[in-house]
Design a protein. Structure first.
Length: 111
Protein backbone atom coordinates (compact mmCIF):
# COMPACT_ATOMS: atom_id res chain seq x y z
CA UNK A 1 0.00 0.00 0.00
CA UNK A 2 2.76 2.38 0.91
CA UNK A 3 4.57 1.55 -2.28
CA UNK A 4 1.48 2.51 -4.30
CA UNK A 5 1.20 5.76 -2.33
CA UNK A 6 4.85 6.63 -3.05
CA UNK A 7 4.35 5.85 -6.70
CA UNK A 8 1.26 8.02 -6.77
CA UNK A 9 3.19 10.89 -5.16
CA UNK A 10 5.94 10.44 -7.74
CA UNK A 11 3.41 10.57 -10.55
CA UNK A 12 1.84 13.69 -9.07
CA UNK A 13 5.22 15.42 -8.86
CA UNK A 14 5.98 14.37 -12.45
CA UNK A 15 2.65 15.82 -13.57
CA UNK A 16 3.41 19.06 -11.70
CA UNK A 17 6.82 19.25 -13.37
CA UNK A 18 5.24 18.66 -16.78
CA UNK A 19 2.64 21.35 -16.12
CA UNK A 20 5.37 23.81 -15.06
CA UNK A 21 7.36 22.99 -18.20
CA UNK A 22 4.24 23.37 -20.31
CA UNK A 23 3.49 26.76 -18.72
CA UNK A 24 7.03 27.99 -19.40
CA UNK A 25 6.80 26.82 -22.99
CA UNK A 26 3.42 28.48 -23.36
CA UNK A 27 4.76 31.77 -21.97
CA UNK A 28 7.68 31.57 -24.39
CA UNK A 29 5.30 30.98 -27.31
CA UNK A 30 3.08 33.89 -26.24
CA UNK A 31 6.12 36.15 -26.02
CA UNK A 32 7.29 35.12 -29.47
CA UNK A 33 3.79 35.63 -30.90
CA UNK A 34 3.56 39.12 -29.45
CA UNK A 35 6.93 39.97 -31.02
CA UNK A 36 5.71 38.54 -34.32
CA UNK A 37 2.53 40.65 -34.13
CA UNK A 38 4.66 43.74 -33.52
CA UNK A 39 6.78 42.89 -36.57
CA UNK A 40 3.65 42.38 -38.68
CA UNK A 41 2.35 45.74 -37.51
CA UNK A 42 5.64 47.46 -38.40
CA UNK A 43 5.79 45.73 -41.80
CA UNK A 44 2.19 46.74 -42.49
CA UNK A 45 2.95 50.37 -41.65
CA UNK A 46 6.02 50.28 -43.90
CA UNK A 47 4.00 48.78 -46.77
CA UNK A 48 1.24 51.36 -46.37
CA UNK A 49 3.77 54.19 -46.27
CA UNK A 50 5.54 52.84 -49.34
CA UNK A 51 2.25 52.77 -51.22
CA UNK A 52 1.49 56.31 -50.10
CA UNK A 53 4.95 57.52 -51.13
CA UNK A 54 4.76 55.83 -54.53
CA UNK A 55 1.30 57.33 -55.13
CA UNK A 56 2.57 60.76 -54.18
CA UNK A 57 5.61 60.35 -56.44
CA UNK A 58 3.44 59.34 -59.39
CA UNK A 59 1.12 62.29 -58.81
CA UNK A 60 4.03 64.70 -58.66
CA UNK A 61 5.45 63.30 -61.89
CA UNK A 62 2.09 63.75 -63.61
CA UNK A 63 1.83 67.33 -62.32
CA UNK A 64 5.36 68.11 -63.53
CA UNK A 65 4.55 66.64 -66.95
CA UNK A 66 1.38 68.70 -67.25
CA UNK A 67 3.16 71.87 -66.12
CA UNK A 68 5.97 71.25 -68.59
CA UNK A 69 3.46 70.79 -71.41
CA UNK A 70 1.57 73.95 -70.42
CA UNK A 71 4.77 76.02 -70.31
CA UNK A 72 5.83 74.64 -73.71
CA UNK A 73 2.43 75.41 -75.16
CA UNK A 74 2.47 78.94 -73.76
CA UNK A 75 5.98 79.58 -75.04
CA UNK A 76 5.02 78.34 -78.50
CA UNK A 77 1.84 80.40 -78.63
CA UNK A 78 3.18 83.56 -77.07
CA UNK A 79 6.64 83.33 -78.53
CA UNK A 80 7.81 85.32 -75.52
CA UNK A 81 9.39 83.31 -72.72
CA UNK A 82 10.28 86.51 -70.85
CA UNK A 83 6.65 87.19 -70.06
CA UNK A 84 6.27 83.72 -68.54
CA UNK A 85 9.46 84.20 -66.52
CA UNK A 86 8.10 87.52 -65.25
CA UNK A 87 4.82 85.86 -64.23
CA UNK A 88 6.75 83.07 -62.49
CA UNK A 89 8.84 85.63 -60.58
CA UNK A 90 5.70 87.44 -59.46
CA UNK A 91 4.12 84.17 -58.35
CA UNK A 92 7.29 83.26 -56.44
CA UNK A 93 7.30 86.61 -54.67
CA UNK A 94 3.64 86.15 -53.70
CA UNK A 95 4.42 82.67 -52.37
CA UNK A 96 7.27 84.10 -50.28
CA UNK A 97 4.94 86.78 -48.87
CA UNK A 98 2.35 84.11 -48.02
CA UNK A 99 4.97 81.97 -46.31
CA UNK A 100 6.17 84.93 -44.23
CA UNK A 101 2.60 85.77 -43.25
CA UNK A 102 1.94 82.15 -42.24
CA UNK A 103 5.14 82.13 -40.21
CA UNK A 104 4.10 85.30 -38.41
CA UNK A 105 0.66 83.82 -37.68
CA UNK A 106 2.28 80.71 -36.20
CA UNK A 107 4.59 82.84 -34.06
CA UNK A 108 1.66 84.93 -32.83
CA UNK A 109 -0.37 81.81 -31.99
CA UNK A 110 2.51 80.37 -29.97
CA UNK A 111 2.77 83.50 -27.80
Amino acid sequence: MEHKLDKLNENISDIKTLIDTFNKTLENIEHRLSRLEQMDSIEHRVEVNQIDLSDIKESLQRIEDVQGNVVKHLEENLGNGEEIKHINRRLDSHLIKLAKAEEEIIILRNR
